[in-house]
Design a protein around this ligand. Structure first.
Ligand code: FAD
Length: 668
């Protein structure tokens, strides 16, 4: 029976595997899973699968606008161990080598597939460069049939990637079949098994287009709903609001749903604060790496040279050939704080230098590439350049460190503690002196059977979901999704007779999800102005409150990314009250219902971030955040993972240390 706004239709479905999300990791899983399901069938086990995405897969997730580079391609002449070293150094030494190494040795296969599916990858053949526009029609495949990819950095290769997500999604859809895909369904929460608290049995969500609630039961689930944006007050205000660097539709669903299901989180204190072109958040990679531009203060001084000495405060991370990303911000922030801003990307000098060695035609081509870099992945920046009369050869552009984002796949490493590969010497028992603090029900070590399974049985993650690794980017997230496909099928085969039983009734779940709608319908006539009502708060207003708390107390842009124990204590109290008030959010339509639940996911993710920063008594990421009461990197006491588990009954966090171990020799 069709539902109404106040009384939604309830659709119940049972599948073996549910994929939550339709981004890069989900597409990887969707592409990979069918052959494994085929193999299971041959072994006598029938497995069903479904993918649900809150948006439309063709343009959902962080790659929605497209990209101009694939940031992780190892290539035939590089060593995955070197890649693991880079990941570790960039993330100040606290990453899981097992995850990074495993990714490094597998990621290229996904890139080869992208090319096979039609993604134009730039290459050089006999000294001549070809890109998507100039590639000879008779073609051939770049990476497979010879030629070298055009690298913009040691691990990055250039693409014409405006349609990157379309291409990857098309392959995923074709592989999975449209009957197994449901778009525009927002998953609100996972449901634990009634007989095993530490296992997932289902998930519940709602349609963003129709009055329908979906209740799924499953044996295994891949939770890949991206990272978290908009928990901090953004720099964009007014008409610019909604613009951020990472996508605003990444709302912390991955971290919150996993935490509420009991999964152990890791490194939630980590954040990414990229320095980007101001106001448009346009990418800087091509300018730094391809055009060799430099960033300066307002007086034309190159702060990376001028403030180089500061890097020595953070050995060995500051002294690497490429210092950790946060430290590069650290050097920039000194200029800003001491009043020598704005910071500029010196595009004028970079292009002039290129003119000294290149022909006018070649320079023109390069300039077109600079524009294309924006057009491929951040069209808004073109709007800013056009609107502000910026011709990069004549006028430099401002750079600005953004508001903080939480993610595990780009240059960040927050996320969920996941099982690693079983063949790279990862610890299998906990060796840390504080090991006694780790709750007894959690697995020991770094591998517990199924690659990428979280500490909750049946719950897998990839991409932004997997913590303590990072630098996987688009290709790596796809690869991790593919790894999950294989291990989920194995898990289901090993549990083929297990029957999921939800620990909450369907009625209670529906009631909870539609609470913001009911609150609205019950109280809407109390006042004449729909947005002003003592019985409810609009999702928009609640989001402002969250962002203000995080910005002012948890090291947002308002305090130049600084905080201390006292400020965190205030944040803790205010977030507690916000969590209570979140129960009073209203939804006047389905769009607001989406906004309400996104906000809820953001709040819990924000709380995890705050709790971890509070626990870690040092400033591990100078330039991304500073605890001014512990303004140092303390290798002796804090060269360890900080992990946590959330108790959804008591609504409290347990935070603890896990031992760190280098598996790759970092002295090389
Ligand atoms: P996503 O791809 O973000 O997918 C998340 C999915 O979950 C989406 O489909 C979303 O709709 C869905 N979802 C979210 N919440 C829910 C919910 N509650 N219920 C159901 N579905 C939900 N990578 C590179 O390789 N090179 C680059 O140059 C590069 N530059 C980047 C620049 C920018 C501006 C951005 C934003 C990203 C960039 N990346 C780059 C990184 C890359 O995009 C990510 O690493 C990758 O997309 C992460 O994959 P994911 O599957 O974890 O998340």
């Amino acid at each position: 029976m069709a539902g109404t706004f106040g009384n939604p239709e309830v659709v119940q479905e049972e599948v073996d595997i549910l994929i939550i999300g339709g981004g890069m990791a989900a597409c990887g899983a969707a592409y990979e899973i069918m052959p494994w399901i085929g193999a299971a069938k041959e072994a006598g086990v029938d497995i069903t699968v479904k993918l649900v995405d809150k948006a439309a897969m063709d343009r959902s997730g962080a790659v929605a606008q497209g990209l101009s580079a694939i940031n992780t391609y190892i290539g035939p002449n590089q060593d995955p161990a070197d890649y693991a070293r880079m990941v570790s150094n960039d993330l100040m030494g606290i990453t899981r080598d097992d995850l990074a190494y495993d990714l490094g040795r597998n990621v290229d296969d996904s890139v080869h597939l992208f090319e096979e599916w039609g993604l134009p990858i730039w290459k050089t053949v006999n000294g001549e460069r070809f890109d998507g526009a100039t590639w000879p029609k008779e073609g051939g495949k770049l990476l497979k049939d010879g030629g070298d990819p055009v690298r913009s950095g040691k691990w990055q290769i250039m693409i014409n990637g405006e349609s990157y997500k379309w291409i990857v999604a098309e392959a995923a859809k074709k592989a999975l079949g449209s009957d197994n895909i449901q778009e525009r369904v927002f998953i609100v929460k996972l449901v634990n098994d009634a007989n095993d608290k530490n296992r997932v049995a289902g998930a519940v969500g709602f349609s963003t287009r129709e009055d329908k609630v979906y209740v799924y039961k499953f044996k295994a689930c891949l939770l890949v709903a991206g990272g978290c944006v908009n928990i901090f007050r953004p720099r964009s205000v007014g008409e610019g609001q909604g613009r951020a660097w990472y996508p605003v539709w990444n709302a912390g669903s991955t971290y919150t749903m996993a935490a509420e299901a009991g999964a152990e989180l890791t490194m939630m204190e980590n954040r990414f604060v990229p320095a980007r072109f101001k106001d448009g958040y346009g990418p800087v990679g091509a300018w730094f790496l391809l055009f060799k531009a430099q960033a300066t203060n307002a007086y034309g001084e190159v702060y990376m040279t001028k403030n180089k000495e500061l890097l020595n405060d953070y050995p060995p991370y500051g002294q690497a050939a490429v210092p950790a990303s946060c430290l590069r911000n650290h050097l920039m922030l000194k200029e800003m704080k001491e009043g020598r801003g704005p910071i500029y990307m010196d595009t004028v000098t970079a292009l002039a230098k290129l003119r000294e060695t290149l022909s006018p035609r070649e320079v023109k081509h390069l300039e077109a590439e600079a524009w294309e870099d924006f057009l491929d992945m951040c069209i808004g920046q073109c709007g800013i350049w056009v609107g502000e009369n910026i011709e990069p050869e004549k006028k430099n552009s401002e750079l600005m460190p953004t508001e903080p984002y939480l993610l595990g796949s780009h240059s960040g490493c927050c996320g969920i503690w996941a099982s690693g590969p079983d063949d790279v010497g990862a610890p299998t028992t906990e060796e840390h002196p504080d090991a006694a603090l780790i709750p007894a029900h959690l697995p020991q070590g770094w591998n517990w059977g199924y690659r990428s399974m979280t500490t909750v049985r049946g719950l897998f993650t990839a991409g932004d979901g997997v913590g303590a690794s990072g630098h996987k980017f688009s290709s790596g997230s796809h690869t991790e999704g593919r790894m999950c496909a294989q291990s989920m099928v194995k898990f289901v085969m090993d549990n083929k007779d297990w029957v999921p039983t939800l620990d909450t009734s369907v009625e209670a779940l529906v009631e909870e999800i539609y609470r913001p709608v009911r609150t609205f319908l019950e109280h809407k006539d109390y006042t004449t102005a729909i947005d002003v009502n003592p019985h409810y708060i609009t999702p928009r207003m609640l989001q402002f409150r969250l962002q203000k708390i995080m910005d002012e107390y948890v090291a947002g842009v308002a305090t130049y990314y600084t905080t201390n124990g006292h400020m965190l204590a205030v944040a803790e109290e205010k977030l507690g009250m916000l969590k209570e008030d979140a129960m009073k959010m209203r939804a006047k339509d389905l769009h607001e219902l989406l906004r309400a639940w996104e906000n809820y996911h953001r709040i819990l993710t924000a709380e995890a971030h705050m709790k971890h920063i509070q626990f870690r008594k040092e400033s591990r990421y100078p330039g991304f955040y500073y605890r001014m009461d512990y303004n140092l990197v303390d290798e002796e006491n804090w060269h360890c993972f900080v992990n946590s588990v959330y108790d959804k009954e008591t609504k409290t966090w347990t935070v603890f240390k896990r031992a760190h171990k280098d598996l790759v020799d970092k002295s090389k």
